[in-house]
Design a protein around this ligand. Structure first.
Ligand code: SF4
Length: 284
C-alpha cells in the first residue's frame, strides 16, 4: 500500500525510511534496558529480517491505516466491562455462557496494562536488559479461586455463524493464539495465577442483514483457548541473540513486500544501468 509520511499538520513531508528517535533502536550488546512489545515479538516470529532491520537498524517500515471500526468495538466493550468491573458484577456475556463465577478483574494498574502504546503488562526477561511488554484487552477473574483469565476482543465480518474449532484452526488466526500465549506468559511472570483457559470475545458483524439504517448488528461469541507459554522463553532467548548479532538474517520467502522491493530494485536499477528508460528522482 502507499503510505505517505506526514507532519503533525498532516502535510506530506520527505520520507527517509529511517526512524528519527535513536533510542528506539537497539545496539548489539547494549547494556541499557530495551523494551520489546508483543507486536515486535510477533514480527520476529514472522520474519527475522524485518524484525532486525526495524529494531536494530532503525528502518521505518510503511504503516497501515488505523482499524477504527475494530477499535470502536473494543472501546465500547471496554466501557461495558468497566461498568461491571467497578461494581464487581458478572457481565451479561458471563451469564449467557455459564460463566457467572467470573467478574472483570479489578486492579489499580488495569488502565496501564491495557495501554499497548506506552505501557502494557511488563516483564524483564530473566536477568537480561530486555523488558517484554504487551497491552492486553481485558482480564477477568474467577471469584472463588482468584485465578486470572486472559481476554482478547476480536472484531470481524464473516457470513454465517462462528464455529469455535474452525476459528482456532484458521491459519490466519495463528497469531491470535501467540498473542494469548504471550499475555499469559507475561502475567504468570509477573506473579499472577493464570487460569489455563483464555477467551477470544469475537464480535461478528452480520453481513446478511437487510439494510444498514445507521446500525451494524453483531453476533458475539466467546471462543475458549487453552494457552501454552512453554515455548516462549526459548524464542525470546533466540530473539535476543539475533539482536546481539551483526548479521542481517534471511527474509521470509512468502513475503509479498520483499518480493515487490526486489522486483522494484531490479526494474529501476537495470533501467538506469542500461539507460534504456529514464528514471526520475534520486532512487538509490
Ligand atoms: S521478507 Fe517481508 S517482512 Fe521480511 S524483511 Fe522482507 S519485507 Fe520485511
Amino acid at each position: 500500500m502507499i503510505d505517505l509520511k506526514r507532519n503533525s499538520k498532516k502535510e506530506p513531508v520527505k520520507a527517509t525510511g529511517l526512524r528519527t528517535r535513536v533510542s528506539s533502536s537497539y545496539s548489539p550488546n547494549q547494556k541499557e534496558d530495551f523494551k520489546i512489545s508483543r507486536g515486535r515479538f510477533s514480527n520476529f516470529l514472522t520474519c527475522k529480517r524485518c524484525f532486525y532491520l526495524d529494531r536494530v537498524k532503525g528502518l521505518d517500515p510503511p504503516g497501515t491505516p488505523g482499524w477504527t471500526l475494530n477499535e470502536t468495538t473494543d472501546l465500547l466493550l471496554k466501557k461495558e466491562f468497566d461498568y461491571c468491573r467497578e461494581r464487581q458484577i458478572p457481565h451479561r456475556l458471563f451469564l449467557e455462557n455459564d460463566l457467572s463465577h467470573l467478574v472483570p478483574f479489578d486492579h489499580p494498574e488495569m488502565d496501564n496494562w491495557r495501554n499497548s502504546l506506552h505501557k502494557g503488562l511488563m516483564l524483564r526477561h530473566k536477568d537480561t536488559n530486555i523488558i517484554l511488554t504487551g497491552g492486553v484487552d481485558d482480564i477477568w477473574q474467577h471469584k472463588i479461586t482468584k485465578q486470572l483469565i486472559v481476554v482478547d476482543y476480536k472484531s470481524q465480518a464473516k457470513l454465517g455463524r462462528v464455529d469455535k474449532k474452525d476459528y482456532l484452526d484458521d491459519p490466519y488466526h495463528e497469531g491470535y493464539k501467540i498473542q494469548m500465549d504471550f499475555y499469559a506468559y507475561l502475567l504468570k511472570g509477573m506473579g499472577f495465577d493464570v487460569y489455563k483457559t483464555s477467551y477470544f470475545l469475537v464480535c461478528n458483524a452480520k453481513r446478511d442483514d437487510d439494510e444498514f439504517n445507521k446500525r451494524m448488528n453483531f453476533d458475539e461469541y466467546l471462543v475458549p483457548y487453552n494457552w501454552n507459554s512453554d515455548w516462549i522463553a526459548n524464542k525470546i532467548d533466540e530473539m535476543i541473540s539475533l539482536m546481539n548479532n551483526e548479521q542481517i538474517p534471511e527474509p521470509n520467502p512468502s513475503c509479498k513486500n520483499c518480493a515487490y522491493s526486489e522486483q522494484y530494485a531490479r526494474l529501476v536499477c537495470n533501467s538506469v544501468k542500461d539507460n534504456r528508460e529514464q528514471v526520475q528522482g534520486n532512487l538509490f
